[in-house]
Design a protein around this ligand. Sequence first.
Ligand SMILES: [Mn+2]
Length: 317
Amino acid sequence: MTETLIVEPRHSPHSFLRFPLCTDLDRLEADIAILGLPYGDPYGIDEVTNDQTNAPTAVRRQSLRLSYGLDHWDFDLGGPLFDGRKVRVVDCGDVPADPGDMTAHYRRAEAAARKILGRGALPVVIGGDHGVPIPVFRALEVLGPVTLVHVDAHLDWRDERGGVREGYSSPIRRASELAHIGEIFQIGLRGQGSARTREVEDALAYGAQLVTAYEVHTAGMAAVLARIPDGGRTYLTIDADGLDPAVMPAVAGPVAGGLLFHQVRELIHGLVTKGRLVGMDIVEITPKRDLNGISSLTAGQLILNYIGAATRAGYFD
Ligand SMILES: [Mn+2]
């Protein structure tokens, strides 16, 4: 592959938390690699640059409100982010798209994720809509079997919509077709989305474990975590609308009754310590709908919880 993979953050004046930029993935030396994937597989021409494409920039802009310095105490973590250890976090910018070839950005995204994983770093992907993790799921092949954990109000098992197969209604269906994806846990389901009875039946036939938001509220996230096998690799894909709209107002499909921040935080810490959480994404933030930047801030706080938890679990020692 000779294509240029990466450009600098498109519109943000700075990287995520001002971490160093790495614009050449062949020289990547990092424990964690932040990667913006603005572009999905659109259902219509107006969705080529939907508001979700603005989210990597919005999250980077808001990230400076998350931290007053890496030496400051983070009560989410019980100490400074890096816990006094040597941890290398870089921001790899955004994968660009090519208006003359609307399949190019998924190819580049997969190649970028393969390089990040191949060089031993954990990818932290900022979408983009929920189509963008599909090439990342493919790239997980380099690691071998992976359990997929999915936070979302919606099932995302549509085979296609209007002939489009890799859009934001289909990521979990596409994941289920990959040989290296094993068990799938879908957490936070509620209300109505694009799923009909046939999609639910297909998910259940696959063996996907469907966990409603109400089950989490009643039984607690610890009970959900207990169902996920210990010791294996997991990848976490978070649709922002899996969280409650009070926490994540900037989403296209808000549904009441969603997961609360502390529940998703508990999920991240639990997955990190149960086995190896090999990466995560946060997608479907629509910054124009945001209030006080709270959705982008909350996304950034989830990312810091992943970095801090992985650090304390000895991932980078
Ligand atoms: Mn989704």
